[in-house]
Design a protein around this ligand. Structure first.
Ligand SMILES: [Zn+2]
Length: 90
């Protein structure tokens, strides 16, 4: 019988720890509002794919410098299409 009491105490203790952690996380979430915007990937600048006109973050885009201007592409495929179309014009 005593084991049941000990087990119940352990369960209660674990629950208490988990609840404490949750509350601490919640208060932490509320406080640093001014830290938003730096290092947050969702706040990153979006660039437009020249070929398929998809908007994607700079870090995920393929950058191609063309006559001094930067072009952005969502994939190698779009870059290939762009370069191919350039070749045809020349
Ligand atoms: Zn694309």
């Amino acid at each position: 019988m005593i084991w049941r009491v000990i087990l119940a105490l352990i369960v209660l203790y674990v629950m208490y720890r988990v609840l404490k952690k949750m509350f601490r996380l919640e208060t932490r979430k509320v406080t640093p509002l001014k830290d938003q915007g730096k290092g947050d990937s969702s706040m990153e600048d979006l660039v437009e794919d020249t070929v398929c006109h998809t908007y994607l973050p700079v870090s995920k885009a393929i950058v191609w410098e063309d006559e001094g201007t930067k072009k952005f592409f969502c994939s190698e495929e779009c870059l290939k299409i762009y370069r191919e179309s350039k070749k045809k014009k020349v």
